[in-house]
Design a protein around this ligand. Structure first.
Ligand code: UDP
Ligand code: MG
Length: 316
């Protein structure tokens, strides 16, 4: 059994076409398959469309959240419910073409546990998105120990072993692109051309939408920002020590001057205040996430299920 998992947030116009393209590819392969659609609290008629598709074709299964829980959580629920021996994770908007599945499955049969899609080109994206994405992945590679392959999104095939490993990772702030390499096993890539959206608009185009994702990624996999405070502290203390010596020497041997340097004092105090607030902010980012973990709330709440048993979902 092959599962195809797609998170859905306001994708009403895309879903019938997604189903048609996936069905075409999978029926041609002649393998048993399921299309798992996770409705992440859509405000359009996506739930009704999933309902209709499920009624037409039992290959289509799905769950619907009680509200919008976010992309990473929607994907997590899809992996929790999927029953396949291999699970293919894809966006619902057909940016990841279903025609790539056979190549991924071929690699999987060669014995790879994770086959991720490497984009050779990205159509229909703004230069801002391309630029920030490039910057972000290069940064995260430098400051974490996990090996996130460059130019890959969430489009990937995972063996059941990997899916089971992910199901054992309970964290609330999830960065799946980092969690999959963390798991290990044998990983390979297949290249593909990323298409533009079939319909609708991107939900991740502004800084406001992308920044939380980036912060989750960094705090989940790196302590460097926390250590930065210490490095800065040493640097500042070192500078201050030098300045103390300089001031003493000037006072003893320098020319006698009236009180000078008020502006310097003010600037130094403001600067140090800024540095301290930034360091507090960094600690706050981690602290807030620790608080999320400690509360231990359920990751998602389900309103409706199509074609699955309730017990498939996450226990905690
Ligand atoms: N999505 C979701 N929950 C959200 C935002 C997005 O499930 O809160 C889904 C969306 O329906 C799509 C996928 O995540 O299937 C990727 O979103 P989008 O295509 O807008 O992002 P982009 O491809 O532009 O990065
Ligand atoms: Mg997209």
């Amino acid at each position: 059994m092959i599962s195809i998992v797609a998170p859905v947030y306001n994708e009403e116009p895309v879903l019938p076409e997604l189903h048609r393209r996936v069905a075409q590819v999978m029926n041609e392969l002649g393998e048993p398959w399921e299309l798992v659609l996770v409705n992440d609290g859509s405000r359009d008629r996506s739930a009704a469309v999933i309902n209709q598709l499920h009624a037409q074709d039992p290959h289509v299964k799905g769950v619907s959240f009680s509200r919008n829980f976010g992309f990473q959580v929607a994907v997590t629920a899809g992996l929790d419910f999927a029953t396949g021996d291999a699970v293919i994770l894809t966006d619902a908007d057909l940016q990841d073409p279903p025609e790539v599945y056979p190549h991924m499955l071929a690699k999987w049969r060669e014995g790879y546990d994770v086959v991720y899609g490497v984009r050779t080109s990205r159509e229909g994206e703004t230069w801002f998105k391309l630029f920030t994405a490039k910057l972000f992945y290069r940064l995260i590679r430098r400051i974490t120990r996990i090996d996130i392959p460059l130019d890959t999104g969430d489009f990937r095939l995972m063996d059941r072993r990997v899916v089971n490993a992910l199901k054992r990772m309970p964290e609330r702030n999830r960065f799946i692109r980092g969690m999959v390499p963390w798991v290990g096993f044998r990983q390979a890539g297949v290249t593909y051309e990323r298409a533009s959206r079939f319909a609708g608009q991107s939900k991740f185009s502004s800084v406001k939408q992308m920044l939380p994702f980036a912060l989750d990624a960094i705090t989940s996999f790196s302590y460097l920002p926390l250590q930065l405070a210490m490095y800065l502290g040493f640097l500042m203390a070192g500078l201050a020590a030098l300045a103390i010596v300089a001031v003493i020497l000037l006072r003893l041997f320098g020319p006698s001057t009236p009180l000078l340097g008020q502006a310097t004092t003010l600037v130094a105090v403001l600067f140090m205040g800024g540095v301290q607030l930034i360091c507090l902010g960094i600690i706050g980012e981690y602290l807030g996430r620790i608080y999320d973990e400690v509360k231990g709330r359920p990751l998602y709440l389900i309103e409706q299920i199509w074609g699955f048993d309730e017990t498939n979902g996450r226990k905690s």
